[in-house]
Design a protein around this ligand. Structure first.
Ligand code: SF4
Length: 189
């Protein structure tokens, strides 16, 4: 695992597309029980090098029912985005993760993450990649049908403050889905 993480930290595969250059943000341990797969770091995470070190991360920890200390304990959580480096800005916000990253690095990482029992898929881009045809037409439907992907995968919306309206519109998420998520996470850490 240490050698693999070192190779990832030295990766320059798509550097010509990265406005701030490569700075892979990924954390994992061979004993990690839960993997969180998000999209890609934003500027704040790029600057700090600490995954989910922003308001979205705060909300995600609340959803999971864990403290920062537990969240950053790599023997509990591996944090493996679809793109490890900040991809830059587009017309309507941050660009999607670089497409080179997950095909290059996810399989080698999962091959050494042998204790993983739960993979949390944050956002539609990630869900389409991992669930393929089993993903529903919309993120809302996929999350509402989270039971269909258990025990391996747990799909979530992005915990960004911009999704406040989605949360208000879909109260079943906080009432039904989050208690199940917290219970599964608690059972593994
Ligand atoms: S985004 Fe991924 S593939 Fe591209 S340089 Fe960073 S680690 Fe390498």
């Amino acid at each position: 695992m240490q050698k693999l993480l070192k190779n990832i930290k030295e990766c320059t595969i798509c550097q010509e597309h990265l406005p701030f250059g490569p700075r892979p943000v990924v954390s994992a341990h061979q004993d990690s029980k839960i993997v969180i797969i998000g999209q890609a770091p934003g500027t704040k995470v790029h600057a700090s090098g600490i995954p989910w070190n922003d308001v979205s991360g705060k909300q995600l920890r609340k959803w999971l029912g864990v403290s920062g200390e537990t969240f950053y304990n790599t023997s509990h959580f591996a944090i493996v985005p679809m793109g490890f480096c900040y991809p830059g800005k587009g017309k309507s916000g941050d660009l999607p993760p670089r497409p080179e990253c997950a095909p290059q690095w996810h399989e080698p990482l999962f091959s050494v993450l042998k204790q993983v029992e739960l993979v949390i898929l944050v956002g539609m881009y990630v869900q389409q990649y991992y669930l393929g045809k089993a993903a529903k037409n919309t993120l809302t439907e996929t999350v509402e049908n989270y039971n269909a992907y258990l025990p391996k995968y747990f799909p979530l919306p992005h915990p960004s403050p911009r999704n406040r309206f989605w949360l208000t519109k879909n109260p079943w998420f906080e009432l039904d889905v989050l208690p199940e998520l917290r219970s599964r996470v608690k059972g593994l850490i």
